[in-house]
Design a protein around this ligand. Structure first.
Ligand code: ADP
Length: 184
C-alpha cells in the first residue's frame, strides 16, 4: 500500500516523478493539474471556471478543488493507494485533506518534498513550453508557490510527515532516491 503526497515548486519534476512511481507501485497518479487541464479541454463547467485562474498562474479557488479531490479519493481505484501531485497547495487544502483522509480511513505514508533551486526551476519551465509556461505567468506561479504552498513544508515537518529529496539532480538520480525512500 502506497499513499504519498508530492510537494515542490512548479517545474520541480513532481509530475514526471509521480507518474513513474505510480506506475511502479501500481497506484493511481492523481494530479489536480492534469484533472483541471482535462476539464478545460472538455469545456466542462469546472473547466470554464478554472481556465482563467490557470492561464494567469493563480490557484483555482478552493471550493472547486476540494470537491474535485473528495470525489476522486472516493473512487474505487484508490483502494490500492494513491500518489497525490499538485494537491494540497495551501494550508486550508492541507487541513481539508487531513480530515478527509481520517474520514476515509486512508492514512498517508509521508510527504515527499522535491527541493529545487530557483534558477533550475525557471530554466526547466521555459524549456517545457506548456500554455502557462510563459515567463510572466511562471513568475506569478513561483510567487504563488512561495506565499501559499511553501508554508506546507513546515506544516508537514511539524507533523513529522516530511521527507525531502534533492530535485536538482538528473531525472534518473531523483527517481533512484525516491524508490529507495518508498521501498524502505
Ligand atoms: P505545476 O507542476 O507547474 O505547478 P500543475 O499541473 O500542478 O503545475 O498545476 C497547474 C495549474 O493548475 C496551477 O497553476 C493552478 O492554477 C491549477 N491547480 C492545480 N492544482 C491546484 C490546487 N490544488 N489548487 C488550486 N489550483 C490548482
Amino acid at each position: 500500500m502506497t499513499r504519498l503526497i508530492f510537494l515542490g515548486p512548479p517545474g520541480a519534476g513532481k509530475g514526471t516523478q509521480a507518474a513513474l512511481l505510480a506506475k511502479d507501485c501500481e497506484v493511481p497518479h492523481i494530479s489536480t493539474g492534469d484533472i483541471l487541464r482535462s476539464a478545460v479541454a472538455a469545456g466542462s463547467e469546472l473547466g470554464k471556471k478554472a481556465d482563467q485562474y490557470m492561464s494567469a498562474g493563480e490557484l483555482v479557488p478552493d471550493d472547486l478543488i476540494l470537491d474535485l479531490i473528495q470525489e476522486r479519493l472516493s473512487q474505487d481505484d484508490v483502494e490500492k493507494g494513491w500518489l497525490l501531485d499538485g494537491f494540497p497547495r495551501n494550508v486550508p487544502q492541507a487541513e481539508f485533506l487531513q480530515k478527509l483522509l481520517d474520514q476515509l480511513e486512508q492514512p498517508m505514508d509521508f510527504v515527499v518534498n522535491l527541493d529545487v533551486e530557483d534558477a533550475v526551476i525557471v530554466a526547466r519551465l521555459l524549456q517545457r513550453g506548456r500554455k502557462d509556461d510563459e515567463e510572466s505567468v511562471i513568475l506569478t506561479r513561483l510567487e504563488v508557490y512561495r506565499q501559499q504552498t511553501e508554508p506546507l513544508i513546515d506544516f508537514y515537518r511539524n507533523r513529522q510527515q516530511l521527507v525531502s529529496v534533492d530535485g536538482n539532480q538528473t531525472l534518473e538520480a531523483v527517481y533512484a532516491d525516491l524508490k529507495r525512500l518508498v521501498m524502505e
